[in-house]
Design a protein around this ligand. Structure first.
Ligand code: FES
Length: 182
């Protein structure tokens, strides 16, 4: 009799502990769900607007800016500077293309149809303006909007804004940075 009372007491104690554990787990789960619901589902991506430096800092010719994955072309003459930015991401499968000016253009012969950029992954080639010379790339390299930051005068490439080639071009009067879009 005493033995069976002891067993009953142990069983009750076990059941009481078990229900406490289950209750604790349920309460913990509810608290976690409430706390999790207060945290917004936001994916923090890097900004698509990339500052690349002031006009003086950017070299003449074609320069690769790694952060923006963009080639920036700068050409100055007669007190004016023309700037444009073009994606360096191959339109085939996304490799970074290389600036590979042809021998003719290195020698000063400007032929818009000759190769300006090549992709080492599958052999696509593009003109200096990004048009496809040889596939498999299906599309030209897009041009991005370029502007000047009012805060610090740095040029800003907006890789989220693809623009028509002629609208992507900035013409700056070197001394005063007067911007004129053409
Ligand atoms: S990724 Fe450039 S040719 Fe395939």
């Amino acid at each position: 009799m005493n033995n069976s009372a002891n067993q009953e007491s142990t069983r009750r104690s076990f059941l009481a502990k078990l229900s406490l554990w289950i209750g604790g787990l349920a309460a913990g789960g509810s608290v976690f769900a409430v706390v999790r619901s207060l945290i917004p589902n936001v994916l923090y991506e890097p900004s698509k607007k990339v500052k690349i430096g002031t006009l003086d800092f950017i070299p003449e010719g074609v320069t690769f800016f790694k952060d923006a994955k963009t080639f920036v072309s700068k050409h100055s003459s007669g007190g004016k500077t023309k700037i444009h930015a073009m994606s360096a991401i191959c339109t085939h499968l996304g490799c970074i293309v290389q600036h590979t000016e042809s021998e003719e253009s290195k020698g000063g012969i400007k032929d818009k149809s000759s190769v300006g950029f090549s992709c080492a992954c599958h052999g696509s080639q593009f003109t200096i303006d990004g048009d496809v010379v040889k596939g498999p790339a299906p599309e030209p390299l897009p041009w991005f909007a370029v502007s000047i930051s009012p805060d610090d005068g740095q040029l800003v490439v907006d890789t989220s804004r693809v623009v028509e080639k002629q609208k992507a071009l900035l013409v700056l009067k070197s001394k005063h940075y007067n911007v004129r879009k053409v």
